[in-house]
Design a protein around this ligand. Structure first.
Ligand SMILES: [Zn+2]
Length: 86
């Protein structure tokens, strides 16, 4: 596996992603958006003041078939960009 490529594989808002994080019953395909909850916005503001390495982007994941099912604050390492619709 090409881990260097994977680390450069940025996720853009609206991308289709595969969630494989700690909530195993929620695994599947989602549309990724930047998480806009209070805590993520606070974390973003703190990260801007510090070094870029402290940035820990979180994502809000929307189920395209059941929009009422939304995962919040998903970490980057919990999702993989899907190439299914590329
Ligand atoms: Zn959040």
């Amino acid at each position: 596996m090409d881990t260097l490529f994977a680390s450069l594989d940025l996720i853009e808002p609206g991308d289709l992603v595969l969630y494989h994080g700690s909530l195993t019953d929620q695994h599947g395909l989602y549309i990724a958006l930047p998480c806009d909850c209070y805590w993520c916005r606070v974390a973003d503001k703190r990260a801007v003041k510090g070094s870029p390495e402290t940035r820990d982007p979180r994502y809000r994941l929307i189920n395209p078939w059941r929009p009422e099912l939304t995962l919040r604050c998903a970490r980057r390492e919990s999702i993989t960009r899907s190439t299914a619709c590329a």
